[in-house]
Write a protein that binds this ligand. Structure first.
Ligand code: 3HC
Length: 293
Protein backbone atom coordinates (compact mmCIF):
# COMPACT_ATOMS: atom_id res chain seq x y z
CA UNK A 1 0.00 0.00 0.00
CA UNK A 2 1.30 3.50 -0.82
CA UNK A 3 2.60 5.40 2.20
CA UNK A 4 1.04 8.66 3.39
CA UNK A 5 3.07 11.79 2.74
CA UNK A 6 2.61 14.27 5.58
CA UNK A 7 5.95 16.04 5.89
CA UNK A 8 8.17 17.35 3.12
CA UNK A 9 11.55 19.04 2.87
CA UNK A 10 12.62 21.33 0.06
CA UNK A 11 16.34 22.10 -0.28
CA UNK A 12 17.07 25.27 -2.27
CA UNK A 13 14.53 28.08 -2.15
CA UNK A 14 15.22 29.88 -5.42
CA UNK A 15 12.35 30.48 -7.87
CA UNK A 16 11.67 26.76 -8.32
CA UNK A 17 12.28 25.60 -4.74
CA UNK A 18 10.10 28.33 -3.23
CA UNK A 19 7.34 27.48 -5.70
CA UNK A 20 7.63 23.76 -4.86
CA UNK A 21 7.51 24.53 -1.10
CA UNK A 22 4.32 26.54 -1.76
CA UNK A 23 2.78 23.64 -3.68
CA UNK A 24 3.43 21.18 -0.81
CA UNK A 25 2.17 23.60 1.86
CA UNK A 26 -0.97 24.40 -0.15
CA UNK A 27 -1.69 20.65 -0.31
CA UNK A 28 -1.61 20.50 3.50
CA UNK A 29 1.84 18.98 4.10
CA UNK A 30 4.17 20.33 6.79
CA UNK A 31 7.15 21.74 4.90
CA UNK A 32 10.73 22.42 5.94
CA UNK A 33 12.52 24.78 3.53
CA UNK A 34 16.31 24.67 3.69
CA UNK A 35 18.80 27.18 2.30
CA UNK A 36 22.54 27.46 2.77
CA UNK A 37 22.73 30.83 4.48
CA UNK A 38 20.45 33.38 6.13
CA UNK A 39 20.49 35.71 3.09
CA UNK A 40 19.32 32.96 0.71
CA UNK A 41 16.74 31.86 3.28
CA UNK A 42 15.29 35.38 3.42
CA UNK A 43 15.19 35.60 -0.39
CA UNK A 44 13.33 32.25 -0.42
CA UNK A 45 10.84 33.51 2.14
CA UNK A 46 10.43 36.62 -0.06
CA UNK A 47 9.59 34.50 -3.18
CA UNK A 48 6.95 32.62 -1.19
CA UNK A 49 5.45 35.71 0.39
CA UNK A 50 5.17 37.52 -2.96
CA UNK A 51 3.52 34.53 -4.61
CA UNK A 52 0.93 34.21 -1.82
CA UNK A 53 0.40 38.00 -1.78
CA UNK A 54 -0.38 37.85 -5.49
CA UNK A 55 -2.95 35.10 -4.86
CA UNK A 56 -4.54 37.16 -2.07
CA UNK A 57 -4.51 40.27 -4.30
CA UNK A 58 -6.41 38.35 -6.99
CA UNK A 59 -8.99 37.12 -4.53
CA UNK A 60 -7.83 33.49 -4.97
CA UNK A 61 -6.71 33.11 -1.36
CA UNK A 62 -7.95 34.62 1.89
CA UNK A 63 -5.68 36.30 4.45
CA UNK A 64 -6.45 33.38 6.78
CA UNK A 65 -5.54 30.89 4.03
CA UNK A 66 -2.23 32.66 3.47
CA UNK A 67 -1.45 32.56 7.21
CA UNK A 68 -2.30 28.85 7.32
CA UNK A 69 -0.01 28.07 4.37
CA UNK A 70 2.88 30.12 5.80
CA UNK A 71 2.26 28.47 9.19
CA UNK A 72 2.99 25.08 7.63
CA UNK A 73 6.43 26.16 6.40
CA UNK A 74 9.53 26.22 8.60
CA UNK A 75 12.61 27.96 7.23
CA UNK A 76 16.04 26.74 8.33
CA UNK A 77 19.67 26.56 7.25
CA UNK A 78 20.11 23.09 8.78
CA UNK A 79 19.73 19.85 6.80
CA UNK A 80 19.36 18.01 10.12
CA UNK A 81 15.82 19.42 10.27
CA UNK A 82 14.89 16.96 7.48
CA UNK A 83 15.42 13.88 9.69
CA UNK A 84 11.69 13.14 9.95
CA UNK A 85 10.59 14.12 6.40
CA UNK A 86 8.57 11.63 4.32
CA UNK A 87 9.88 13.20 1.09
CA UNK A 88 12.63 15.69 0.30
CA UNK A 89 12.83 17.59 -3.00
CA UNK A 90 16.17 19.07 -4.01
CA UNK A 91 16.00 22.29 -6.06
CA UNK A 92 19.59 23.61 -5.91
CA UNK A 93 21.61 24.86 -8.95
CA UNK A 94 22.20 22.46 -11.84
CA UNK A 95 25.76 21.52 -10.91
CA UNK A 96 26.32 17.79 -10.64
CA UNK A 97 28.99 18.05 -7.90
CA UNK A 98 26.63 20.10 -5.70
CA UNK A 99 23.79 17.65 -6.23
CA UNK A 100 25.91 14.59 -5.49
CA UNK A 101 27.33 16.15 -2.32
CA UNK A 102 23.83 17.12 -1.16
CA UNK A 103 22.36 13.66 -1.79
CA UNK A 104 25.22 12.05 0.14
CA UNK A 105 24.32 14.36 3.06
CA UNK A 106 20.58 13.70 2.70
CA UNK A 107 21.30 9.98 2.74
CA UNK A 108 22.98 10.38 6.14
CA UNK A 109 20.29 12.65 7.60
CA UNK A 110 16.98 11.32 6.27
CA UNK A 111 14.96 8.26 7.30
CA UNK A 112 15.91 5.16 5.25
CA UNK A 113 12.39 4.93 3.80
CA UNK A 114 12.12 8.64 2.88
CA UNK A 115 11.76 9.45 -0.82
CA UNK A 116 14.66 11.60 -2.03
CA UNK A 117 13.65 13.54 -5.14
CA UNK A 118 15.61 15.83 -7.43
CA UNK A 119 14.00 18.61 -9.44
CA UNK A 120 16.86 18.48 -11.95
CA UNK A 121 15.96 19.71 -15.45
CA UNK A 122 18.55 17.74 -17.32
CA UNK A 123 21.12 15.93 -15.17
CA UNK A 124 21.04 12.11 -14.83
CA UNK A 125 18.95 11.05 -11.82
CA UNK A 126 20.70 7.66 -11.81
CA UNK A 127 24.08 9.32 -11.16
CA UNK A 128 22.57 11.34 -8.30
CA UNK A 129 20.94 8.18 -6.87
CA UNK A 130 24.28 6.35 -6.99
CA UNK A 131 25.75 8.66 -4.32
CA UNK A 132 23.28 7.29 -1.77
CA UNK A 133 22.92 3.95 0.01
CA UNK A 134 19.26 3.83 -1.14
CA UNK A 135 19.18 4.36 -4.92
CA UNK A 136 15.86 2.51 -4.92
CA UNK A 137 14.23 5.44 -3.05
CA UNK A 138 15.65 8.19 -5.31
CA UNK A 139 13.49 9.69 -8.05
CA UNK A 140 13.19 12.76 -10.27
CA UNK A 141 10.26 15.07 -9.59
CA UNK A 142 10.54 17.70 -12.28
CA UNK A 143 8.26 20.70 -11.72
CA UNK A 144 7.74 23.55 -14.20
CA UNK A 145 8.03 27.29 -13.76
CA UNK A 146 5.96 28.83 -12.20
CA UNK A 147 5.57 25.72 -10.01
CA UNK A 148 2.36 26.84 -8.26
CA UNK A 149 0.66 27.27 -11.67
CA UNK A 150 2.01 24.64 -14.06
CA UNK A 151 0.17 21.34 -13.69
CA UNK A 152 2.80 18.89 -14.91
CA UNK A 153 5.29 16.89 -12.86
CA UNK A 154 7.64 14.59 -14.76
CA UNK A 155 8.31 11.58 -12.52
CA UNK A 156 11.74 10.33 -13.55
CA UNK A 157 12.14 6.62 -13.13
CA UNK A 158 15.63 5.07 -13.00
CA UNK A 159 16.49 1.41 -13.63
CA UNK A 160 17.60 1.04 -9.99
CA UNK A 161 14.37 2.45 -8.50
CA UNK A 162 12.26 0.19 -6.30
CA UNK A 163 9.24 -1.36 -7.99
CA UNK A 164 6.30 0.86 -7.25
CA UNK A 165 8.32 4.02 -6.48
CA UNK A 166 7.20 5.81 -9.67
CA UNK A 167 3.55 4.97 -8.90
CA UNK A 168 3.97 6.15 -5.30
CA UNK A 169 5.49 9.45 -6.44
CA UNK A 170 2.86 9.89 -9.18
CA UNK A 171 0.24 9.52 -6.44
CA UNK A 172 2.07 12.17 -4.40
CA UNK A 173 2.01 14.49 -7.44
CA UNK A 174 -1.77 13.97 -7.71
CA UNK A 175 -2.11 14.79 -3.99
CA UNK A 176 -0.34 18.07 -4.83
CA UNK A 177 -2.95 18.78 -7.51
CA UNK A 178 -0.51 18.02 -10.33
CA UNK A 179 -0.66 15.79 -13.40
CA UNK A 180 2.19 13.25 -13.32
CA UNK A 181 3.79 11.64 -16.35
CA UNK A 182 6.40 8.93 -15.89
CA UNK A 183 9.53 9.36 -18.00
CA UNK A 184 12.85 7.55 -18.36
CA UNK A 185 16.16 8.96 -17.17
CA UNK A 186 17.26 10.58 -20.44
CA UNK A 187 18.60 14.14 -20.65
CA UNK A 188 15.78 16.68 -20.76
CA UNK A 189 13.13 13.99 -20.20
CA UNK A 190 10.17 14.92 -22.44
CA UNK A 191 9.35 18.60 -22.00
CA UNK A 192 12.82 20.12 -22.02
CA UNK A 193 14.00 17.80 -24.80
CA UNK A 194 11.31 19.29 -27.06
CA UNK A 195 10.90 22.79 -25.60
CA UNK A 196 14.56 23.79 -25.41
CA UNK A 197 15.18 22.92 -29.08
CA UNK A 198 12.32 25.31 -29.93
CA UNK A 199 13.57 28.09 -27.63
CA UNK A 200 17.12 27.73 -28.92
CA UNK A 201 15.82 27.87 -32.48
CA UNK A 202 13.99 31.12 -31.69
CA UNK A 203 17.31 32.63 -30.50
CA UNK A 204 18.91 31.49 -33.79
CA UNK A 205 16.13 33.12 -35.83
CA UNK A 206 16.77 36.35 -33.94
CA UNK A 207 20.50 36.14 -34.70
CA UNK A 208 19.73 35.52 -38.35
CA UNK A 209 17.67 38.71 -38.40
CA UNK A 210 14.47 36.91 -39.41
CA UNK A 211 12.36 39.07 -37.07
CA UNK A 212 12.62 41.13 -33.88
CA UNK A 213 12.07 39.80 -30.34
CA UNK A 214 8.60 41.35 -29.96
CA UNK A 215 7.49 40.12 -33.39
CA UNK A 216 8.66 36.53 -32.82
CA UNK A 217 6.92 36.54 -29.43
CA UNK A 218 3.70 37.94 -30.91
CA UNK A 219 3.86 35.44 -33.79
CA UNK A 220 4.06 32.41 -31.51
CA UNK A 221 1.52 33.77 -29.02
CA UNK A 222 -1.09 34.86 -31.52
CA UNK A 223 -0.29 32.44 -34.35
CA UNK A 224 0.41 29.25 -32.43
CA UNK A 225 -1.82 29.82 -29.41
CA UNK A 226 0.99 29.65 -26.83
CA UNK A 227 0.53 31.53 -23.53
CA UNK A 228 3.76 33.45 -24.11
CA UNK A 229 6.31 33.81 -26.90
CA UNK A 230 9.75 32.11 -26.77
CA UNK A 231 11.69 35.18 -25.56
CA UNK A 232 9.19 35.98 -22.80
CA UNK A 233 9.41 32.31 -21.79
CA UNK A 234 13.22 32.26 -21.79
CA UNK A 235 13.15 35.38 -19.60
CA UNK A 236 10.77 33.55 -17.24
CA UNK A 237 12.87 30.36 -17.08
CA UNK A 238 16.13 32.34 -16.75
CA UNK A 239 18.66 32.56 -19.57
CA UNK A 240 21.32 30.88 -17.42
CA UNK A 241 19.03 27.84 -17.00
CA UNK A 242 18.14 27.82 -20.72
CA UNK A 243 21.83 27.95 -21.63
CA UNK A 244 22.86 25.24 -19.17
CA UNK A 245 20.05 22.87 -20.14
CA UNK A 246 20.83 23.32 -23.86
CA UNK A 247 24.51 22.66 -23.15
CA UNK A 248 23.76 19.43 -21.23
CA UNK A 249 21.33 18.29 -23.95
CA UNK A 250 23.91 19.01 -26.63
CA UNK A 251 26.65 17.14 -24.76
CA UNK A 252 24.39 14.12 -24.38
CA UNK A 253 22.61 14.05 -27.73
CA UNK A 254 25.14 15.78 -30.03
CA UNK A 255 22.01 17.03 -31.78
CA UNK A 256 22.82 20.49 -33.10
CA UNK A 257 19.29 21.67 -32.37
CA UNK A 258 20.50 21.83 -28.78
CA UNK A 259 23.85 23.58 -29.42
CA UNK A 260 23.24 26.83 -27.52
CA UNK A 261 22.84 29.85 -29.82
CA UNK A 262 25.84 32.19 -29.26
CA UNK A 263 23.53 35.03 -28.19
CA UNK A 264 22.49 32.97 -25.14
CA UNK A 265 26.07 32.64 -23.93
CA UNK A 266 26.69 36.34 -24.58
CA UNK A 267 23.64 37.42 -22.60
CA UNK A 268 24.41 35.08 -19.69
CA UNK A 269 27.99 36.37 -19.56
CA UNK A 270 26.62 39.92 -19.48
CA UNK A 271 24.34 39.02 -16.55
CA UNK A 272 21.18 39.51 -18.63
CA UNK A 273 19.30 36.55 -17.17
CA UNK A 274 15.68 37.60 -17.72
CA UNK A 275 13.10 38.42 -15.09
CA UNK A 276 15.29 37.51 -12.15
CA UNK A 277 17.98 40.05 -13.10
CA UNK A 278 15.46 42.66 -14.33
CA UNK A 279 16.70 42.44 -17.91
CA UNK A 280 16.85 39.77 -20.60
CA UNK A 281 15.25 39.77 -24.04
CA UNK A 282 12.68 42.08 -22.46
CA UNK A 283 13.06 44.60 -19.61
CA UNK A 284 11.29 44.30 -16.25
CA UNK A 285 10.56 46.77 -13.48
CA UNK A 286 11.60 49.82 -15.50
CA UNK A 287 15.04 48.50 -16.63
CA UNK A 288 16.15 49.00 -20.26
CA UNK A 289 16.01 45.93 -22.56
CA UNK A 290 19.32 44.43 -23.69
CA UNK A 291 20.90 46.48 -26.50
CA UNK A 292 20.97 44.78 -29.88
CA UNK A 293 18.30 42.15 -29.26
N1 3HC B 1 3.82 32.35 -9.03
C1 3HC B 1 2.58 32.05 -8.65
N2 3HC B 1 1.49 32.25 -9.41
C2 3HC B 1 1.68 32.84 -10.62
C3 3HC B 1 2.95 33.18 -11.09
C4 3HC B 1 4.05 32.93 -10.24
N3 3HC B 1 5.33 33.21 -10.60
N4 3HC B 1 2.83 33.72 -12.33
C5 3HC B 1 1.52 33.69 -12.61
N5 3HC B 1 0.83 33.16 -11.60
C6 3HC B 1 -0.60 32.91 -11.55
C7 3HC B 1 -1.38 34.17 -11.43
O1 3HC B 1 -1.57 34.56 -10.08
C8 3HC B 1 -2.68 33.79 -12.09
O2 3HC B 1 -3.47 33.00 -11.19
P1 3HC B 1 -5.04 33.28 -11.04
O3 3HC B 1 -5.62 33.06 -12.41
O4 3HC B 1 -5.43 32.23 -10.03
O5 3HC B 1 -5.19 34.66 -10.56
C9 3HC B 1 -2.26 32.85 -13.21
O6 3HC B 1 -1.00 32.33 -12.82
C10 3HC B 1 -2.16 33.54 -14.52
O7 3HC B 1 -1.22 34.62 -14.37
P2 3HC B 1 -1.29 36.01 -15.12
O8 3HC B 1 -2.72 36.39 -15.41
O9 3HC B 1 -0.43 37.00 -14.40
O10 3HC B 1 -0.50 35.81 -16.44
P3 3HC B 1 -0.75 34.81 -17.61
O11 3HC B 1 -2.18 34.47 -17.81
O12 3HC B 1 0.03 35.38 -18.71
O13 3HC B 1 -0.05 33.46 -17.11
C11 3HC B 1 1.83 32.09 -17.00
C12 3HC B 1 1.28 33.46 -16.70
C13 3HC B 1 1.15 31.06 -16.12
C14 3HC B 1 3.33 32.14 -16.67
C15 3HC B 1 1.56 31.72 -18.51
O14 3HC B 1 2.02 32.78 -19.33
C16 3HC B 1 2.21 30.45 -18.95
O15 3HC B 1 1.69 29.36 -18.76
N6 3HC B 1 3.42 30.56 -19.60
C17 3HC B 1 4.18 29.41 -20.03
C18 3HC B 1 4.99 28.89 -18.86
C19 3HC B 1 5.78 27.66 -19.24
O16 3HC B 1 5.81 27.18 -20.35
N7 3HC B 1 6.51 27.13 -18.23
C20 3HC B 1 7.35 25.99 -18.40
C21 3HC B 1 8.75 26.46 -18.58
S1 3HC B 1 9.89 25.11 -18.82
C22 3HC B 1 10.37 24.72 -17.25
O17 3HC B 1 10.00 25.31 -16.27
C23 3HC B 1 11.30 23.55 -17.14
C24 3HC B 1 12.62 23.96 -16.57
O18 3HC B 1 13.31 22.75 -16.28
C25 3HC B 1 13.46 24.78 -17.55
Amino acid sequence: MARAFRTAGVVGLGTMGAGIAEVFARAGLEVTGVEVDPGALERGRGHLTRSLDRAVGRGRLTEAGRAEIMGRITFTDSLAALAGADVVVEAIPEVMDYKRALFADLDRVCRPDAVLATNTSSLPVTAIAATTSRPGRVVGMHFFNPAPVMRLVEVVHTMVAEDGLAAEVAELARLLGKTPVTVGDRAGFVVNRLLLAYLNHAATLLEQGVAAVGDIDAAMRDGAGLPMGPFALMDLIGLDVVYEVCEVLFQETRDRRHAPAPILREMVTAGLLGRKSGRGFHAYGGAAPAAGV
